[in-house]
Design a protein around this ligand. Structure first.
Ligand SMILES: C[S@@+](CC[C@H](N)C(=O)[O-])C[C@H]1O[C@@H](n2cnc3c(N)ncnc32)[C@H](O)[C@@H]1O
Length: 402
């Protein structure tokens, strides 16, 4: 049987060598036994299915996974009620985040002794334990929406000596007012729209750190500082992908469920390679901001022709578009149908992004007030207008046909 302490020390060496672990957090990573927070059943992705793996099947492998520095472990699927035959799941609903991502987010949090932190998305409780080890358990409040996940985390925290952490079962979007104000709010679930309660419960000068994204691109880390006037301002500081906060989830949708009446589609052509609007991280971020609610999927041809179709979908308005990619060609056929002309919107957004000088993700400025979220790209010259996105969050309702 492999020694957990040895695995832990190897994980820490790798995190350090990779530049993920801030030296100030090393002691906490050494002290907290990660395997004590991992449930006996974890889930593994096999093609499109999530399949359970039991610790008893291979205890050594289970333990090695617990200390794999770049691997997230899926700890719950389908909110604890997997529906597929043989308990195969569809959607990841809780996980132990990759240790390298945990380390980089804790470094980005910039906490100092004495600070009080509210964590949203307790999950396994591992990140909570690191915070508790670093700041003192009585300085940490954590909120988990799923009662079974919260119970398991409470158990693991008590068993490892961090039982004094306050673990709340509830909707973290509301924060936890009884312990406010906080110096830091750290979310380990992604948002499309930052809940105003997080800003209201952070002291002036304090920070909110949260994964942020759009249906087009889930993959950014937003850092906000709260001002004396109660407004939070900030920008994207890294690239991380997380599961969504429960109320801001995007329904799982198959292309075949969204695409209809293909023979009635409006046909046009474009010389924009579909990869240009999806593969470039900074372009995809800007398009996601400017084309609210749009998602995309790539479907490759079954043969080895290299052909594929890129689908753009907006399920609430029943709008879809597609581009057929054929290698060694310069123009691509576009089909679109529905009240929103999704390809036209994507192409316009991409063109605006290029005309604005292809700004990088960190250049977008975020402002959160009780009235909502505003995202803008400041003008660099007095002649330029800034590119304003307003509230980039699309709940789908505005786009529903009357
Ligand atoms: C990525 S996991 C957390 C990872 C955790 N920090 C760890 O390393 O074990 C995200 C968690 O957020 C929880 N969650 C989702 N929406 C939430 C909400 N509205 N309030 C509180 N927790 C939420 C999920 O149930 C899930 O357990």
């Amino acid at each position: 049987m492999t020694d957990p302490a040895l695995l832990r020390s190897r994980m820490i060496d790798e995190l350090t060598a990779g530049g993920f672990l801030d030296p100030g957090w090393r002691e906490a990573f050494l002290a907290v036994p990660r395997h004590a927070f991992i449930p006996d059943v974890v889930w593994q992705e096999q093609r499109r299915d999530l399949v359970p793996f039991h610790r008893a099947e291979d205890p050594d492998r289970w333990l090695r996974q617990a200390y794999a520095p770049h691997q997230a472990l899926i700890t719950q699927v389908d909110d604890g009620y997997p529906v597929g035959p043989g308990l195969i799941g569809d959607r990841i609903s809780s996980s132990a985040s990759q240790p390298n991502v945990v380390a980089l987010m804790l470094a980005a949090l910039e906490v100092t002794p004495g600070m009080r932190v509210c964590e949203i998305g307790t999950g396994t409780g591992y990140n909570t334990a690191l915070l508790a080890q670093h700041l003192g358990a009585d300085h940490v409040t954590t909120i988990e929406v799923d009662a079974a996940v919260a119970t398991q985390a409470r158990r693991a925290l008590s068993a490892t000596g961090y039982g004094a952490v306050t673990v709340i079962t509830g909707d973290g979007a509301h924060g936890y007012p009884p312990h406010a104000p906080y110096d830091r709010i750290l979310s380990t679930a992604a948002v499309q729209q930052v809940p105003s309660a997080w800003v209201a419960q952070t002291r002036p000068g304090g920070r909110v750190l949260t994964p942020w994204g759009t249906p087009y691109l889930n993959g950014a880390l937003l850092s906000l500082t709260v001002g004396e006037d109660g407004t939070a301002r900030g920008h994207l500081v890294d690239n991380v992908a997380f599961m969504w906060l429960r109320d801001q989830r995007i329904p799982l949708i198959w292309v075949r469920d969204c695409v209809y009446d293909e023979n009635k589609a409006m046909v046009s052509h474009t010389d924009i390679h579909p990869g240009r609007v999806t593969d470039d991280y900074h372009a995809a971020l800007a398009i996601g901001l400017m084309v609210p609610g749009c998602e995309y999927r790539l479907c490759r041809a079954q043969d080895d022709s290299g052909e594929y179709t890129m689908w753009f979908l907006h399920p609430p308005s029943r709008s879809w578009a597609s581009i057929g990619y054929i290698p060694n060609t310069d123009t691509y056929e576009v089909n679109q149908l529905g009240p929103r002309h999704l390809w036209d919107e994507v192409e316009t957004a991409y063109t605006r992004w290029v005309q604005a000088g292809s700004p990088t993700a960190d250049q977008w400025q975020f402002t959160i007030t009780p009235g909502g979220q505003r995202v803008e790209l400041p003008a660099t010259t007095p002649q330029e207008e800034c590119l304003i996105v307003g509230d980039a969050f699309d709940d789908g309702k505005a786009a529903l046909p009357a």
